[in-house]
Design a protein around this ligand. Structure first.
Ligand code: GLV
Ligand code: GLV
Length: 326
């Protein structure tokens, strides 16, 4: 069987696939264009892709023999799952293995923005540091502050657990309540509006769906405290970026820590670049050795499970495999 891998992922996963199948890996360190993708999947049984590959209906339909699209990511908003399901193609993802890495990234941004870490780094490198100064880059402590978590899935919960150590009050909003988390860490459930009103830090951990697209817009930013910070390690489009840039410019909120952008996979919003009250990262949530190795293994195992007529551990559209006896 033939497999196409769109980017060079860690050997830990690649090895497993190469051992079993005729495997073609895009040798170049770049995202492939749509036409190249269409060509590449034409004679393949399996596609292993990343979140920068926009797997639309046209690409899916050109893969006449495709049985599985294994996404090297937990989010799968880059794939037209409906089109894949219609064609009986399994779509798999990599939850769990990147939970801690992404949660830690949210904390890195929270600490960096609240304590002017990046501004401070620039300040020192510019050779402007002339000794301790009583008024230099005074920030905000986390202890005693309120963290509002929007989306209490695996990553949201991992962020919440760490907030206990920082002695913060924890609020959350989610489609469904999580009584277990309320009990174990004392997180309090609120509707989105009240959470935004009461939080000193708001951290987003929802997947990008039709419901969550633009969920933080002009109105929501207005509700937030002037002293509050917004952290986004989820997807850029969950936030109305123009509204956020506007709110940051007018100091309607205190700052933001941003790892994801609406313009992905093409880049970031350059309107952020001249703002001091934002810390920017280039989508590094899952960028730890441990997470990336785990994702590679999981993406490979998911793909192999489908090709070997099994049920993968992580499948987005299980109905395509349930119809047959596997
Ligand atoms: C990263 O953003 C992922 O969805 O894996
Ligand atoms: C200074 O470094 C202080 O901790 O007060």
């Amino acid at each position: 069987m033939k497999v196409f891998v769109t980017r060079s992922i860690p050997e830990k996963g690649l090895r497993k696939i190469k051992k079993r199948y005729d495997t073609e890996v895009n040798p170049e360190p770049r995202r492939l264009e749509k036409e190249e993708m269409i060509d590449a999947v034409r004679d393949k049984e399996a596609l292993l892709c990343t979140l920068t590959d926009m797997i639309d209906r046209e690409i899916i339909e050109s893969g006449k023999d495709l049985k599985v699209i294994s996404n090297y990511a937990v989010g799968y908003d880059n794939i037209d799952v409906e089109a894949a399901t219609e064609k009986g193609i399994a779509v798999t993802n990599t939850p769990g293995v990147l939970t801690d890495a992404t949660a830690e990234m949210a904390w890195a941004l929270m600490l960096a923005i609240s304590r002017h870490l990046v501004e401070g780094d620039t300040f020192v490198r510019q050779d402007r540091f002339e000794g301790w100064d009583p008024t230099l880059l005074i920030g905000t402590e986390l202890k005693g502050k309120t963290l509002g978590i929007v989306g209490m899935g695996n990553i949201g919960q991992a962020v919440a657990k760490r907030a206990v150590g920082f002695e913060m009050d924890i609020l959350y909003h989610n489609r469904s309540r999580k009584p277990e988390i309320e009990k174990t860490i004392g997180a309090k459930y609120l509707d989105l509006e009240t959470l935004l009103e009461d939080s000193d830090f708001v951290s987003l951990h929802v997947p990008l769906t039709e419901e969550t697209r633009g969920m933080i817009g002009k109105e929501e930013l207005k509700i937030m405290k002037e002293s509050a910070y917004l952290i986004n390690t989820a997807r850029g489009e969950v936030v109305d970026e123009d509204a956020l840039v506007d709110a940051l410019r007018r100091n309607e909120i205190s700052g933001a820590g941003i790892d994801v952008y609406a313009d992905e996979p093409y880049g970031a919003n350059s309107d952020y670049y001249d703002l001091d009250n934002v810390v920017l990262a280039p989508h590094l949530g899952s960028a730890s050795h441990k997470a990336r190795n785990g994702m590679a293994e999981m993406a490979a195992e998911n793909l192999i499970a489908v090709l070997e007529d099994g049920m993968p551990e992580n499948i987005v559209n299980p109905e395509v495999l349930k119809e047959e006896i596997r």
